[in-house]
Design a protein around this ligand. Structure first.
Ligand code: SPD
Length: 395
């Protein structure tokens, strides 16, 4: 099985791009703020079963009967949750979100009842700085050893005090080859009014305050982390000019609408595009004409991460679930199902050849594409993206 060998390079490129395109927030050193919840037992033990999971001694008397997982839409293989329930007697209840900011607002309000959440990189930092996250008990996460070291200890959570990698991906343009027989290579396909008037009402942009302004900034030649007011005003104007031609801002079912042909082109996450291409379990069928590209001006690379909330009612069980999701076979099954990239280096080796072939077609970055990708950072200035997005959405 061929193993993708670009992951260490991702780290190098990411650090260079972060340095060029907007400095990551100052390292927190040892001051990680509050939020270290001590895992607590919450419910009756499950049935007796082997209490061993890849080196983790699970005390079943500490397991809760339910775990609440707040996750992105179409972002977990449901059969994996069934397997977790079979093995541990814990039912995983999933609620969905489609934007980091919506998720944080719900968690910030308090007593959400959620145990595990999957914020993206910059959003992890927002959350730990606000004391919303529990410190992880690494002794309960022996399967962390399967994660690519190049995707640990990243700028948004030095030392992985609060987060472990879940899935990662890239943001670019998904399109239907029937409608674009010559391919697509520029954000102009989504922003140039001379082009988009031809497919007015048949394309979408992500409903996301970092993604859509970020794409506009890249088209204009800036870093997607640029917060200079003049640059942001240009990006805002570009998005407002595009708006009359859009079918929708959409982060929830771009996959389905591309697959069905309702959209001919879309601003999309790589896995969502892969779902449009290959289908998603029993949910919907794929469309072989869907392709994905990172435009020549560049795009975003990002990683979503499992975190435990500071007010998680079931932190012990949440650790057991995290360690389960970090098993290579589980990580590979999940990545194959959702079409995103696994940070699990041992799981990656288990992926089937048809998935690897699609990665090579553009649904994963190669070395050339990696040079055009940038991570989103959070700093004191990035709150400006909320204002831009409010202005664009309010128009
Ligand atoms: N449908 C799952 C989408 C996951 C996207 N998360 C990453 C967002 C980065 N801005």
């Amino acid at each position: 099985m061929q193993r993708f060998r670009f992951l260490p390079l991702i780290m190098v490129v990411a650090l260079v791009l972060a340095a060029c395109g907007g400095a990551p927030a100052a390292s927190p050193g040892n001051e990680y703020g509050s939020g270290g919840a001590t895992p607590e037992p919450t419910a009756a033990p499950a049935a007796t079963q082997p209490a061993q999971s890849d080196g983790l001694e699970v005390d079943r008397t500490k397991l809760s009967t339910e775990l609440r997982f707040f996750n992105w839409t179409d972002y977990v293989d449901p059969s994996i949750l069934e397997d977790f329930e079979k093995e541990y007697g814990v039912k995983v209840i999933v609620d969905l979100f489609d934007a980091n900011e919506d998720m944080i607002a719900k968690v910030r309000a308090g007593r959400s009842g959620y145990d595990i959440v999957t914020p993206s990189d910059y959003a992890v930092e927002t959350m730990w700085r606000e004391g919303l996250l529990a410190k992880l008990d690494k002794a309960m996460l022996p399967n962390l050893k399967h994660i690519d070291p190049g995707l640990l200890d990243k700028y948004f959570d030095p030392g992985n005090v609060y987060s472990v990698p879940y899935l990662y991906g890239i943001t670019g343009i998904a399109y239907n080859k029937q409608n674009f027989p010559d391919g697509v290579d520029s954000w102009a396909a989504l922003f140039d009014t001379a082009q988009i008037e031809k497919y007015s009402g048949q394309f979408s942009m992500l409903d996301d305050e970092r993604e859509s302004p970020g794409a506009a900034l890249k088209y204009l030649g800036y870093s997607l982390n640029e917060t200079d007011p003049a640059a942001l005003k240009k990006a805002q104007d570009l998005l407002i000019a595009q708006k009359p031609f859009l079918a929708a801002y959409n982060s929830s079912d771009v996959n389905r609408k591309l697959a069905s042909g309702e959209y001919v082109i879309a601003h999309a996450w790589s896995g969502s595009a892969m779902q449009a291409r290959s289908g998603l379990g029993d949910e919907f069928s794929g469309n072989p004409d869907i392709a994905f590209v990172i435009p020549k001006e560049g795009g975003m690379i990002w990683m979503d991460n499992m975190v435990i909330l500071a007010d998680s009612p079931n932190a012990y069980t949440a650790h057991v679930f995290m360690n389960f999701m970090l098993r290579p076979d589980i990580a590979a099954r999940n990545a194959e199902y959702v079409g995103y990239l696994t940070p699990n280096k041992d799981g990656e080796q288990l992926l089937p050849q048809d998935v690897i072939a699609l990665y090579k077609e553009g649904f994963a970055p190669n070395e050339e594409v990696l040079k055009r990708l940038e991570w989103a950072v959070r700093n004191e200035q990035t709150v400006a993206f909320t204002d831009v997005w409010t202005a664009v959405k309010g128009e």
